[in-house]
Design a protein around this ligand. Structure first.
Ligand code: ZN
Length: 271
């Protein structure tokens, strides 16, 4: 599932390929995504120029003259820039065709993604308005996390994965950030000190930035139509390493299911 760094990598790859280009057509092969794609998308987008490609949490926002196309990749969505003549395959649901003869093609086998249009401020859209601070901006601080967590008995891992608290910290990066900050993932959020939250806020930013930097190396794949949407692996310290030695102390990394998600931690380094 694409997480925030993957979406940011896609945004960076997409930006130079679509900004400034005029939309001359839309091919809508399947409207049944998580929410129905607007029936009149063709009518709405025709003739519009994309001004910017922005991101809020895991939503991409393609800003046009009269509004914004909001795009979410769901579980299995991907985007490619292709010559418009290239024959679509089974799960290629939407093409946005540009005047330069290329198209932005949306593929999504599981169809949990979304393609929605808004003519008002996209950040105030129903799906986006309640999202917590962007983790890579100054609005995410240790003090903020500390204040929000008081009297909360939910685990720290579930707390930072709650998009109303911080937007876009998925399971892999929550595991990694908690390892970097030395915090046990199942510890109650309300029982963690301000100082440790400051370490955690820094660890979340560092983890996501490292992943985005690693993703930059796959941008070429995204551009050369290989079908690779730009997902990547950074070197993970705990996630997926159950039973292997901790990179810091050598103890075996533990793997537990917590809140129905795979949780990995070092029993010595994290407490
Ligand atoms: Zn350790």
């Amino acid at each position: 599932m694409p997480e925030l760094p993957e979406v940011e990598t896609i945004r960076c790859g997409l930006e130079p390929l679509v900004v400034g280009h005029r939309i001359v057509g839309v091919a809508l092969r399947n409207r049944a995504l998580r929410w129905p794609v607007p029936e009149k998308l063709q009518e709405i987008l025709n003739g519009q120029v994309i001004h910017a490609v922005e991101r809020r949490a895991k939503y991409l926002m393609l800003r046009c003259q009269s509004g914004t196309l909001i795009l979410h990749l769901g579980m299995s969505g991907s985007l490619r820039i292709l010559p418009k003549q290239k024959n679509p395959t089974k799960h290629d649901h939407v093409d946005i065709v540009f005047s330069n003869g290329r198209c932005l093609r949306y593929n999504d086998p599981r169809r949990f993604g979304a393609l929605l249009w808004t003519s008002s401020d996209p950040v105030q859209h129903e799906l986006l308005k309640d999202l917590g601070p962007e983790p890579l901006t100054a609005s995410l601080t240790g003090d903020y996390l500390y204040e929000r967590s008081r009297r909360r008995i939910v685990s720290i891992k579930q707390f930072i994965m709650d998009s109303r608290i911080v937007s876009g910290v998925g399971n892999i990066y929550a595991n990694e950030a908690l390892f970097t900050a030395g915090i046990q993932p199942v510890k109650a959020a309300g029982r963690i000190s301000r100082k440790r939250y400051q370490r955690l806020a820094a660890a979340i930013k560092k983890t996501l930035r490292t992943a985005i930097a690693a993703g930059g190396t796959t941008l070429r794949d995204f551009q050369d139509e290989s079908g690779n949407p730009g997902y990547f692996q950074m070197k993970l310290k705990v996630y997926g390493r159950g039973g292997e030695p901790c990179l810091v102390c050598g103890r075996r990394i533990r793997h537990v299911r917590h809140g129905q998600r795979s949780t990995y931690y070092c029993p010595r380094c994290q407490h």
